[in-house]
Design a protein around this ligand. Structure first.
Ligand code: PHE
Length: 338
């Protein structure tokens, strides 16, 4: 019987060694040392052996049982350690891994320039006025002394939504709205979006203008030139001069186009100014008395000046952006640079 017991111990050892899960170990435990186990069946046979051999036999049985239960315990511990290690490996945090970057937003170059323009004019005592993008012919054309047959009214330039409903082609509409509501003195700028059916490297169907309007007694063309020059120098630097070229706008008389010395070559002539040394900035002039008459402002008492500049154009010159379309493509690689 002793040999049988040591055989049982041998196979138990082998099987415990091979076991790979706690569940398997539990099955082995009940097979070898549980109530219905092989060792227990030996225990029941104890009465069949001579009395004097019983204690030794009992000792051997107990010892075998202890040995097996120790093997089981050790193995269980090893399996648990292994499981823990694999969990650590599969679920572990790699603290050396680089974090996920959060994209940081930035202001659009047009917004930056827009705010800068507002700051400069506010510092000169201007107020900021706003008006709607969707307008009627009265505010966009009639009140601005634009004759019914003026080419700008043509469908090819103006986006009409309906008869008499259109997307404003200029922020000069806000001049009209301000003069309808307020008596002089008036000193406002109105930045905003404008719309025209044009699309190329220097024109976008949606673009931005800032209009200035000053109306009071004794306002002159010199005031217009001084304010514009202060603005241009603050925006582009002290070296930048301006010039006025005679032009025509229905709502100003006299009218002029404003050029500034090329911000790249300072007048020498380069690819940016197409060799001329000058860059176009916008339009300006003294408010036509007809506009005052339409809006019920005494044109004998008051004079005024107005000018309109392209915000996108200013942004392009300031940040050296070669194509206006880049401003509206929403390419993050481009916008990130500002
Ligand atoms: N509104 C004119 C344009 O868009 C510019 C302008 C504004 C001219 C004010 C004179 C005075 O072309």
């Amino acid at each position: 019987m002793k040999e049988e017991i040591s055989k049982v111990l041998e196979t138990a050892k082998n099987e415990i060694e091979k076991a790979s899960s706690v569940h398997e170990l539990q099955q082995l435990k009940s097979r070898y040392i549980g109530k219905k186990s092989v060792l227990n069946s030996f225990m029941q046979k104890i009465s069949t052996i001579p009395k004097e051999e019983r204690p030794t036999f009992g000792n051997i049985l107990n010892e075998t049982k202890n040995q097996i239960s120790e093997l089981l315990l050790n193995k269980e511990q090893r399996i648990k350690e292994l499981e823990y290690e694999t969990t650590l490996k599969t679920e572990s945090l790699d603290l050396t891994m680089p974090g996920r970057k959060r994209e940081k937003g930035s202001l659009h170059p047009i917004t930056k320039v827009w705010w800068e323009i507002e700051d400069i004019f506010i510092s000169m005592g201007f107020e900021v006025a706003e008006g709607p993008d969707i307008e009627d012919e009265f505010h966009n054309f009639d009140a601005l002394n634009t004759p019914p047959d003026h080419p700008a009214r043509d469908l090819s330039d103006t986006f009409y939504i309906d008869n008499d409903v259109l997307l404003r082609t200029q922020t000069s509409t806000v001049q009209v709205r301000v003069m309808q509501k307020h008596k002089p003195p008036i000193k406002i700028i109105s930045p905003g979006s404008c719309y025209r059916n044009e699309h190329d490297a220097s024109h976008s169907p949606m673009f931005h203008q800032v209009e200035a309007l000053v109306v009071d007694e004794g306002v002159t063309f010199t005031d217009l030139r001084d304010v514009l020059n202060i603005f241009i120098k603050k925006m582009f630097g002290e070296k930048i001069e301006s010039r006025f070229r005679p032009h025509f706008f229905p709502f100003t008389e006299p009218s002029a186009e404003i050029d500034i010395i090329c911000v790249k070559c300072y007048g020498k002539g380069c690819n940016l100014c197409k060799g001329s040394g000058w860059l176009e900035m916008g339009g300006a002039g003294m408010v036509d008395p007809n506009v005052f008459d339409i809006l019920g402002i005494d044109s004998k008492k008051y004079t005024g000046y107005a000018f309109g500049l392209g915000i996108d154009r200013i942004a392009m010159l300031k940040y050296k952006i070669p194509d206006m379309r880049m401003l509206f493509e929403n390419d993050i690689r481009f916008l990130k640079q500002f």
